[in-house]
Design a binder for this molecule. Structure first.
Ligand code: HSE
Length: 369
């Protein structure tokens, strides 16, 4: 396998280093806008030097962002090259374009590193769906948010202080809004649900609430009720349809989710035969992420394409109800007043997220039974 590597940042460099130790694949060219010199690969600044090189059969996209990643990846697929990427925003946003294109051209597209970093999550969903019907996917998919919430819970830190620490450790995305507003998790759960259920969920039908408005007082109040706040994603089959959403969630202090420390991820699927299976590990970082990119390259060598057939478009409908902790302007029915905020009577997920859009300063957290 001859690889054209797009990007030489955190992930790209890790991929280059791991591939160097292998005999079944070789990085031939690296697209990098900075001046770099590599002992065994040509550094190029123009993507056409990779696209038009017939000796390169596989492109690894590790640039991030939507543009020009989308244009480069589509051009590579259209030219008959396999593509492996770690870019969840790209695959999630252009799912309906990239999958049919790869299929039409008879080439492989894989993105295991896009969800869970070093956890073999999408590839395990692929294996799992061969044997059973998957009914639910989700969990803690963003290390930055987990780090912030864990530090607030364990050490009583304020939100700003905990965010600064996450940034200084390099966990947060360049723009932390992608993490703290739940967008990173949103892309990850949509991609997971698409693979698990064989559909293409309409992004706008999946509501998302992040953690930016949480305060130390909220967290203290949760602890007083034996609860811990985590940013949790959910995607599930519901009747003939699907439900999917991302929101801060209060879980029992003794639960598996509550025990997830620092920037770790805990992702779970439920299947009709396997029942609950959870995966725990590093959801980000150079080598864990590059590890899964190289796993995908080995799978491409073995002839494996995308994880699931391309299903039709589907809308998530979130009519299930739950009690919510709300701080900031709730005037609906209240079950309890916790001082720092109130606990609502059961409200549907869609209704609560519609309410939140009109009250952007509020903080909400679903309460898990
Ligand atoms: N910024 C992400 C996280 C890592 O904190 O989990 C890449 O998905």
């Amino acid at each position: 396998m001859n690889i054209g590597l797009l990007g030489f940042g955190v992930v790209g460099r890790g991929v280059y280093e791991i591939v160097r130790g292998r005999e079944d694949m070789r990085v031939r060219k690296v697209l990098c806008l900075e001046d770099i010199s590599l002992p065994d690969a040509e550094a190029v600044k123009d993507f056409s030097q990779i696209l038009e090189d017939d000796s390169i059969d596989t492109v690894v996209e590790a640039m991030g962002g939507l543009h020009p990643s989308y244009e480069f990846v589509s051009a590579a697929l259209a030219a008959g090259k396999h593509v492996v990427t770690s870019n969840k925003a790209l695959v999630c946003t252009y799912y309906d374009k990239l999958l049919p294109l790869a299929r039409e051209k008879g080439v492989h597209l894989r993105a295991t590193a896009a969800v869970g970093g070093g956890i073999g999550w999408l590839s395990e969903l692929e294996r799992s769906r061969r044997v059973q019907k998957l009914t639910e996917v989700g969990g803690i998919m963003n290390g930055t948010c987990n780090y912030i919430l864990d530090n607030m819970t364990r050490f009583g830190l304020g939100y700003d202080e905990a965010l600064k620490q996450a940034q200084s450790l390099g966990y947060a995305e360049a723009n932390p809004a992608t993490d703290v507003d739940g967008i990173d998790t949103w892309h990850k759960v949509i991609l997971s649900a698409n693979v698990a259920f064989g559909v293409s969920l309409e992004k706008q039908s999946v509501p998302v609430a992040g953690i930016r408005n949480i305060t130390a007082r909220d967290v203290e109040s949760f602890a007083g009720h034996g609860l811990v706040c985590k940013l949790i994603s959910t995607g599930k089959r519901l009747g003939d349809g699907f439900s999917a959403y991302v929101q801060p969630t209060l879980v029992a202090a003794g639960s598996l989710e509550a025990a997830v420390p620092l920037n770790y991820n805990l992702i779970t699927f439920l299947g009709e035969s396997s029942e609950r299976m959870s995966f725990y590990g590093q959801g980000a970082g150079r080598y864990p992420t590059a590890y899964n990119v190289v796993q995908d390259l080995v799978d491409v060598l073995g002839g494996k394409g995308f994880y699931a057939p391309y299903g039709g478009k589907a809308q998530a409908r979130n009519e299930e109800t739950m009690g919510y902790y709300v701080r900031g302007g709730w005037d609906g029915p209240v079950r309890e007043d916790w001082g720092s905020g109130v606990v609502t009577e059961p409200v549907s997920v869609d209704a609560m997220h519609r309410w939140l859009k009109e009250h952007p300063q509020a903080f909400i957290a679903g309460i898990r039974d």
